[in-house]
Design a protein around this ligand. Structure first.
Ligand code: PEP
Length: 250
């Protein structure tokens, strides 16, 4: 089994001005100086450039929270992959459930965004996950399969290992309810099987868990063999709690 480098990402959502983002990076760097993990910050668009500048020479990587699938055009308010690459951004979160539920993100758009990110040299962090009603109705695997098949439709098998997938059950995001390690591991193993079924190098693929990860539950989740990292919301807003989660990854 290949060694998969732990991947810990902080999704700041619509939080932090440029000044706050820079202060966070300055406070975080000494706390994670020894880490060998991939540590990724996902600031809002306005703070991307400043965070990129501040992290040069460190292990910290930077991801945007969304992008448009086209390179340019009449799409008011949107940002394209080449614009992110020009800023030296490394990755992009795609398909976060808040964008799917609140902002009309569709699987059709994601099917174009994921290959567009890869083609531009950005690492897609593709979020998938079921709602509470879907889990209660026993549809978790069907939902994950549907999202993965749709969103990865335009990605060739040799490129699949370049995608990071985040399993984020919607009922666990920002609610304080965490999936049990067993639930998370079961869903992640299923996701790996779906990618394997598409001919991808599934053993190399990093699959994260996201949903109310905190310093006090991170070690238990991240200690599971199938769980390769975490996408962290609330606890990623403070350098102390985020660095404790990085540490908990081993
Ligand atoms: C998220 O925003 O992706 C997330 C998992 O948030 P939280 O950790 O706050 O549940």
């Amino acid at each position: 089994m290949p060694d998969r480098t732990p991947y810990i990402a902080a999704n700041w959502k619509m939080h932090k001005t440029v000044a706050e983002a820079v202060a966070f990076v300055d406070a975080l760097l000494p706390r994670i100086a020894a880490t060998q993990h991939d540590v990724v910050l996902c600031p809002p668009f306005t703070a991307l450039g400043a965070v990129v500048e501040r992290r040069y020479g460190t292990a910290v990587r930077v991801a945007a929270q969304n992008m448009h699938e086209e390179e340019q055009g009449a799409f008011t308010g949107e940002i394209s992959a080449p614009m992110l690459v020009e800023l030296d951004v490394d990755a992009v979160v795609l398909g976060h459930s808040e964008r799917r539920r609140l902002l009309g993100e569709t699987d059709e758009a994601l099917a174009r965004k994921v290959p567009a990110a890869l083609a531009a040299g950005l690492e897609p962090i593709l979020c998938v996950g079921e709602s509470e009603e879907e889990r209660d109705a026993g549809q978790t695997e069907a939902v994950l399969e549907r999202q993965l098949q749709a969103d990865l439709a335009g990605v060739g098998s040799t490129d699949l290992a370049g995608v990071v997938i985040a399993y984020e059950p919607v009922w666990a995001i920002g609610t304080g309810r965490t999936a049990t390690p067993e639930q998370a591991e079961e869903a992640i193993a299923f996701i790996r099987d779906v990618v394997r079924g598409r001919g991808g190098a599934a053993e190399e693929l990093r699959i994260l868990y996201g949903g109310s990860v905190k310093p006090d539950n991170a070690a238990e989740l991240l200690g599971r063999e199938e769980i390769d990292g975490a996408l962290v919301g609330g606890a990623g807003l403070e350098p102390d709690s985020f660095s404790e989660i990085v540490e908990a990854a081993g």
